[in-house]
Design a protein around this ligand. Structure first.
Ligand code: HEM
Length: 454
């Protein structure tokens, strides 16, 4: 019944043939040979809206890459993250990503002030310290080949650990660091088997998922242990902070300090409970680690491919550092900011986000499309339960928005006035890399850190 209901609204939207009943188009989408290879070919062939087949021929998905009107719906409260039922099994029950509705709004209201541009600028000394340690590592290995990814990954964990928890990475429990790494590896080393089990698990009743997580399988062992260690770490840090405050010293330096607000006897309206603060530990550390380090890795790759730009950027950075008596004003470095924006545009680390409709709704299209039956439509009725992809990487390579050279890494587009100036849909540089709407990335002011690392 669910399948038929879903098919009725989208079966006539054109899309690529499905090579397999079991996998639909999902292997092509999730495990392409090269970043976005199939997506960009589909974008060229079918335009901004097309249908994909999900696993087992059941879960038809369609992808949208359109302008504001469509995003305002897709990013709205009518759509929930597809994997919401599993997030609290991977991270903690009360973590912001696992919550919906009013509780999600309340958590965001408490967390948002800790991540504004101004709040993040207070972490500049941490970013600089980490950046210097990273530079020293690369200088040590100068002349030999070096795998930059683990260095970036350690650096970004170091940053978040100190900025969010006030805890230097070397003080983190070794088991916690090891399991955190294994958890991240699960997310990136996806296999066809995992894609199938994900497709099944999102449709299973919650009680089965809750029971399954206790099965003696390596994946579940990693998830259970990482979650328990994150909870233990968060609890320990909060107890230590409360003890220090009892002795009369109250700090307001990291995210947990701000959430605890121990210097203020009158609790703020949206104040989180201690349990709720503990439950943010895992999501903050994981949410900000490989997202940032992979962005840096892609940026470095493009610098290697564009040596002339690399030289110009180096000159700008060195002269800004030379001219500044302390921290340079990163916002006044045009090439640096163009480089960061272009890296985030061309390589959003989440190439697409899945959403599931929480109620029947209609998605208006910014352009008319022709269905396979020849009908011209300017809206798509979506049934409750319909899976929808917001195709972030494809949006950021739309030729109609970014020009004919949209697939090209060209930082100068941010300086010569050719960059897309339409309605803003994401919280940073009109990009969707940090998503948008009520579930936009909490770390959207992260480019402050990227400036510093660069
Ligand atoms: C370049 C770096 C980053 C990128 C590209 C990125 C991207 C994203 C995206 C696309 C989402 C939406 C996911 C969804 O709803 O399905 C998201 C959510 C989130 N991000 Fe980031 N992120 C980055 C850095 C960070 C950092 C540094 C932090 C925190 C320290 C962070 C914390 C979070 C959290 C907590 C959420 C969930 C928000 C919610 O559900 O309300 N991210 N991020």
């Amino acid at each position: 019944y669910v399948t038929l209901r879903q098919r009725s609204s989208i079966q006539n939207i054109p899309g690529p043939p499905s090579p397999s009943w079991i996998f639909g188009n999902m292997l092509q989408l999730i495990l392409p040979g090269e970043y976005g290879a199939n997506e960009f070919a589909w974008l060229k062939a079918f335009g901004a809206v097309y249908r994909l087949k999900g696993c087992f021929g059941t879960a038809c998905s369609f992808r949208i890459i359109l302008r504001y009107s469509i995003f305002s719906i897709a990013l709205s409260s009518h759509m929930d993250p597809l994997k919401k039922t599993g997030i609290d099994l991977i991270f903690a029950e009360k973590c912001v990503m696992a919550q919906q509705g009013d509780t999600h709004k309340r958590l965001r209201a408490a967390l948002n002030p800790c991540f504004t541009g101004a709040a993040v600028r207070n972490f500049l000394p941490i970013f600089e310290k980490v950046a210097q340690a990273m530079t020293a590592k690369f200088e040590e290995s100068s002349g030999s080949e070096v795998d930059v990814c683990p260095v970036f990954s350690e650096a970004t964990l170091s940053t978040i650990s100190e900025a969010a928890l006030g805890y230097p990475m070397q003080d983190l429990n070794k088991d916690f660091v090891a399991y955190n790494e294994r958890l991240l590896a699960l997310a990136v080393n996806l296999s066809p088997g995992q894609i199938l089990s994900d497709a099944i698990s999102v449709r299973l009743p919650r009680w089965i998922l809750k029971a399954a997580i206790h099965l003696p399988l390596t994946t579940f062992h990693i998830i259970r242990t990482a979650k328990a260690l994150a909870k233990e770490l968060g609890g320990k840090i909060i107890r230590e902070k409360i003890d220090v405050a009892r002795q009369g010293s109250v700090a307001e330096t990291d995210v947990f300090d701000m959430l605890l607000d121990l210097g203020n006897p009158e609790k703020k309206k949206n104040a989180l409970t201690l349990d709720e603060i503990v439950d943010q530990t895992g999501i903050l550390l994981v949410g900000g680690q490989d997202t940032t380090s992979n962005t840096l890795a892609f940026g470095l790759l493009e610098l290697a491919r564009h040596p002339t730009f690399q030289d110009e950027l180096r000159v700008e950075i060195h002269s800004a550092i030379g001219a500044a008596s302390g921290t340079p004003v990163y916002d006044n470095m045009p090439l640096l900011n163009a480089f960061i924006k272009e890296t985030l545009r061309v390589y959003p680390v989440g190439a697409f986000e899945e959403r599931i409709a929480t109620q029947d709704t209609v998605i208006p299209l910014a352009y008319e499309i022709q269905t396979t039956t020849g009908k011209i439509i300017n809206q798509i009725p979506v049934s409750k339960g319909q899976v929808l992809h917001v195709a972030i990487a494809s949006y950021q390579r739309l030729e109609s928005h970014w020009g004919e050279d949209a697939h090209k890494f060209r930082p100068s587009r941010w300086l010569d006035g050719t960059v897309y100036q339409g309605q803003a849909i994401g919280p940073y540089a009109n990009l969707l890399t940090f998503f948008g709407g009520p579930r936009a990335c909490l770390g959207y002011a992260n480019p402050e850190a990227l400036q510093c690392y660069s």
